[in-house]
Every structure is written in structure tokens, then in C-alpha cells.
Design a binder for this molecule. Structure first.
Ligand SMILES: Cc1cc2nc3c(=O)[nH]c(=O)nc-3n(C[C@H](O)[C@H](O)[C@H](O)COP(=O)(O)O)c2cc1C
Length: 330
């Protein structure tokens, strides 16, 4: 499965495993990387700089020299990006050469990231933002659709639509992100002309995800209706597990509540961490998308990724046998 992405990144599988707040630890990212994909550690999951640096070193030891990445979530509010410069210094010092940016535009940070030799993948929720990131010099773009776990943006457009539109306009490698949980979808993305996929929700049942087994076991029971969205009214749409907290947030929004003083305690990260620690999945706004429907067993990350690529190969062979013979020569 060679694509511009696998060639450029020197990886075997055209799959990126996106940053997962609290959960994309050194152990998880190392497992993804050792399986031939690319993964991104989330620095904000660690309590302080020393713990983050320690995670980078452990990941390096576990991956035996294979490159791995870090997720940098960029805020629209400059004061919240204060730590970004320091993180880039740390990446340079620890020889980390892959970065996934998300949230706001990466343009302000690209010169610094490029100066230290980073390959930058930007997750964009609109074609326009992906095109401007590509123009500014990112190495690849991921078009994140409305189906994604976490923040899909406000456009409400499915990933396949965004990616197909982007492929018509953007020269750097283009990936599909959001709702991808099966090999058939990876095959469809490759047939579309995309260079790969980026996934999150599907990986949450990996053995290397430290969340409590009660949470992971609950994910096994979900179908494609297991997620919902909240915070539309605040123009900060969030796709998450359909649970008691999501219902409470939706009810407050319906009542007209718009202030973060009331909503903040329900949507805050500490509630997420507690849910992952205790396994009480009824509490917290827990990032999740419909791709969790394909979470069918607890197994190592590498086994999930191997199954995805094997299924994609089967789907592509089937398409070749069913459709290609009937095609008139170009
Ligand atoms: C539990 C969870 C936590 C996430 N945390 C982050 C994060 O901290 N930073 C980020 O850029 N994306 C985050 N995401 C989004 C993923 O990196 C990825 O873009 C998304 O999961 C893709 O959609 P999918 O879940 O449908 O596969 C998170 C997603 C999940 C499911």
C-alpha cells in the first residue's frame, strides 16, 4: 500500500493514529509506530514538562529508532498557545520529527517546526483551511469530517465530501479523517485518490490504551449510533459518547445556557480523565465518533491496524475483480 504519505514518512501502512487527549501515551504511540503506522503523543496528557520529556524518551526506546510524532493542538486564543514554543524546543532537543497540528491555523508555528526538520500534518475541518495550510507549507493535510470523534468544526460536512473536494485542489498528500473504522473505508479512501486515513475512535479498544476495561468493554457494545454532538450552540461542536453528561449538556443548551461557567464543569478534561480511570462511562464529555461501531474486541493496537490493512486489501482485490474487468481502456 504505497502512497505519497507512506513514501514521505517512511511508514508501511497509510494510516495515521491521531492524538487522543489523556490516552495517546508513549506506550500507545509506540505500539502504533511498531505496527507500521504513525502515531502522535498528546503533550497535554502529561502533568508537566518533565513527564512529557520522559514519555518522549520512553517512546524512543520502545520504537527502536523508528520515527514517531507529537500532537500540537493550536488554540484560536494566542494566550493558550504560550506553551507551544517550548514544546517545539523540546521536540527539537528530543529529535522528534513528526507533528500533527489541529484546531487553529498552524501557519504561525510552521517556520519553527520546519526549522527543526518536522514533517507536519495538519488536520483541517474545511477545504479552505486545508488549502491554506498546504499553501503555507505543511507536508500533508487531513480533511476531518463531521463524523469525527472530538472537534469536527462547524461545517457539518462528511469526510468523504471534504477529501474529494480537497483532492481536486490541493497538491500535498491528502488524507481522510473521521468515521473510519474498517478496512473497506480505507480501501474507499485509497480508491478516492487519498494518500491514507487518520483514525481515532477505532483505536480506543487497543490494549495499549490505558483507559479502564469497563470503558473499553462498553465501547464494544456500541453500534454507529453510539455517539452524539453537543455545543453546537456555542459554535464549538463536540462529537462524543452518548451518555448522561452529553444529555445534560444538550438539555442545558436547549434551555438557552451558553456560558462556560455553567457548562465548563461538565465538559472539562478532568471529568474525562476520571471516566477513563474509573470506567464510569456515564460521566464526562468523552470524545468518540461512529467509527467505534467497529470496535469488536480488546486486542493490541498492532492487531487492529493489521486487520484494517488486510480488510482493505481484500476490498481492493474484490473491486478489481468485480469492476476493473468491465472498464473500457482509458
Ligand atoms: C478520545 C479522543 C481524544 C482526542 N483528543 C484529541 C486531541 O487531544 N488533539 C487532537 O488534535 N485530536 C484529538 N482527537 C481527534 C483524533 O485525533 C482524530 O482526529 C479523530 O478521532 C478522527 O475521527 P474518528 O474518531 O472518527 O476516527 C481525539 C479523539 C478521540 C476519540
Amino acid at each position: 500500500m504505497k502512497t505519497r504519505l507512506t513514501e514521505r514518512f517512511g511508514i508501511e501502512k497509510p494510516i495515521l493514529c491521531g492524538g487522543l487527549m489523556w490516552l495517546a501515551t508513549a506506550e500507545y504511540v509506540a505500539a502504533v509506530v511498531n505496527a507500521g503506522a504513525m502515531g502522535y503523543i498528546t503533550p497535554r496528557s502529561y502533568p508537566d514538562e518533565a513527564a512529557f520529556v520522559d514519555a518522549l524518551r520512553r517512546c524512543r526506546a520502545m520504537t527502536g529508532g523508528r520515527p514517531f510524532g507529537v500532537n500540537l493542538y493550536i488554540s484560536a486564543r494566542p494566550e493558550e498557545n504560550a506553551r507551544m514554543r517550548r514544546w517545539i524546543e523540546i521536540l527539537a532537543g528530543e529529535d522528534v520529527r513528526h507533528v500533527e497540528t489541529a484546531g487553529y491555523s498552524p501557519v504561525a508555528f510552521l517556520p519553527a517546526l520546519k526549522a527543526v526538520g518536522c514533517q507536519v500534518v495538519h488536520k483541517a475541518t474545511s477545504v479552505r483551511h486545508a488549502a491554506s495550510a498546504a499553501k503555507a507549507g505543511v507536508d500533508a493535510v487531513v480533511l476531518i469530517g463531521a463524523e469525527c470523534g472530538g472537534h469536527p468544526g462547524q461545517g457539518d460536512i462528511p469526510a468523504m465530501v471534504l477529501a474529494a473536494r480537497a483532492l481536486e485542489q490541493i497538491d500535498v498528500p491528502v488524507l481522510v479523517g473521521g468515521g473510519i473504522g474498517s478496512g473497506r473505508q480505507l480501501a474507499a479512501a485509497l480508491a478516492l485518490g487519498a494518500d491514507g486515513v487518520l483514525i481515532g475512535s477505532r483505536m480506543l479498544v487497543a490494549d495499549e490504551i490505558w483507559a479502564h476495561d469497563a470503558y473499553k468493554t462498553h465501547l464494544l457494545s456500541l453500534d454507529e449510533t453510539g455517539s452524539t454532538t453537543v455545543l453546537h450552540a456555542l459554535k464549538n461542536t463536540y462529537r462524543c459518547l452518548a451518555n448522561d453528561t452529553a444529555a445534560a449538556v444538550a438539555a442545558l443548551e436547549a434551555e438557552g445556557v451558553r456560558d462556560y461557567e455553567t457548562l465548563g464543569p461538565l465538559i472539562g478534561g478532568m471529568m474525562q480523565r476520571q471516566a477513563y480511570e474509573t470506567g464510569d462511562w456515564s460521566q464526562g464529555v468523552l470524545s468518540l465518533g461512529p467509527a467505534a461501531a467497529w470496535c469488536d474486541r480488546l486486542e493490541p493496537a498492532g492487531a487492529i491496524l493489521d486487520r484494517l490493512t488486510a480488510e482493505a486489501e481484500t476490498a481492493l482485490r474484490s473491486a478489481r475483480d468485480r469492476i476493473a474487468p468491465a472498464l473500457a481502456p482509458a
